[in-house]
Design a protein. Sequence first.
Length: 248
Amino acid sequence: MVSTVKVDVVAPRVATGTTTLGVSGDKLLIPSGVTLTNSGTASGFDSGLNRQVVYTASTTSGGYSPQSGVTKLIVIVQGGGGGGNRHDSDNAYRHGGGGGGYVMKYIASVSSTDTMTVTVGTAGAGATSNNAGGGAGTVSSFASVTGTSFTTLSAGGGAGGSATANVGSAGGTATGGDIDIVGCSTTPTSGENGHVSGNSLLGQGGDSIQSAYTSYPNATGYGAGGAYGHATTAGNGSAGVVIIQEYK
């Protein structure tokens, strides 16, 4: 048997009072098809996206703890991209930098007392002298310090453009996530316009298809490789990023 109470308004006895529906442990059922309409300001209903925190090369690395009421995280970690190499004449020695690795992880249970460490990978510098290799990008990571334990999310940096003939530049590694994507490597080919830079999932490698003796572009976005330099300074890679989405 189901009892039904039909009223227009349920309110406390005094204006500043509180109306309580049920007691601790009770379950209140909202049947299918019922619409709840809020005509004022709702509070106490913690759910959905709380905020997004972005750590970049300009905001630097550091410690992190979830805000109060946050119970879940989605974390994206992008490693830094490698810088391009420089060679003034031989096509076989021209190599763009590799792209950084990418990791995404859903962390199902956290609290505001947990502490984590965030590291943002740096960009590799483009080579400035003839037959010199580019600098490697470095690792971006997200690691548990206290509280919730999980495998460290690690997105490796892309290799710098190689100074060795016909040797490409490796993409960064990726470990610890639900999704782990290795950064794009570069494969040298013959001809001045055949050399490319490694993309990342969040960045575009510098475009090496240019005339000689011009400025070669840096990577754009996050974690991509810089272009090689033909008789000029090579392009820099782009730094990594760590993105944390908090959910209640």
